[in-house]
Design a protein around this ligand. Sequence first.
Ligand SMILES: Cc1ncc(COP(=O)(O)O)c(C=O)c1O
Length: 297
Amino acid sequence: MEANAAIFEVLLNKEDAMISDRLVHASIVDGMRLSKAQLFNYKHNNMSHLEEKLQETQNCRFRMIITDGVFSMDGDMAKLDEICNLADKYDAMVMVDDSHASGFIGKTGRGTHEHFGVMGRIDAITTTLGKALGGATGGCISGRKEIVDLCRQRARPYLFSNTVPPVVVAASIKVIDLISKTTERRDKLERNTKYFREKMTKAGLDIKEGETPIVPVMLYNAKLAQDVARDMYAEGIYVIGFFFPVVAQGQARIRTQISADHEIEHIDKAVAAFTKVGARYNILGKKRDEIIAMYGM
Ligand SMILES: Cc1ncc(COP(=O)(O)O)c(C=O)c1O
């Protein structure tokens, strides 16, 4: 949160343009509000719309393309290879929030930029120490040396608030050491994710396609999402229904996240519970329109 609150105000002013994906995380939206730069957005993951915005902003001093690496609600990835090509073509910077990727996306878990083969082409990456890195709090900005130097001089949350607790710093450094030595845990997470996605699809749940461990189970109706979550809890599985305003109206869902700590029996138990509860609400094998026809949006 604080990394996103810091970065835009430091780097950009009213002569500049921030061009963000429409589904960026709320903390990016808040961070952009703190900057005087002009605000533009493009349709989610729509590269031709992004290109239009880059053309529109050629008169600005700097342009920054702003995106999540893995999107927090849908679990899909930004097309960073295409984004970097557009950034080169239109002389823009690229900023990525990789909070849902750091530690496990990419062959060695470095993040979405590794997955897309664009390491070294992203100007700034913000991330949290609180998700895969396990510290539960804290975050950072990494990137080109000049950007980091400027942030150290000018980033208000860094200058005017207490530091990340030393115990979290020490634990996070240890975690980074561990995951730098072996890809065992990210490999297991990848296997677990694949297994869960396949089983859920086979069971007839309507999950969002993708390859990341964020696996949204689509229910479309807010009450249905809460009812299914409550019944899942009774089956021993803790999941949470997300609905407006966390996601758009009519996009209610249960967002599941797979972990490297899960064993196959845990995943089987979760799928069995989804199957049992899904049958109770008659949603197995049903897609968006059929579920909406039964429950509304
Ligand atoms: C994409 C993204 N960025 C930033 C944050 C904020 O991270 P933190 O909880 O460390 O403030 C979150 C947390 O939900 C997130 O999902």
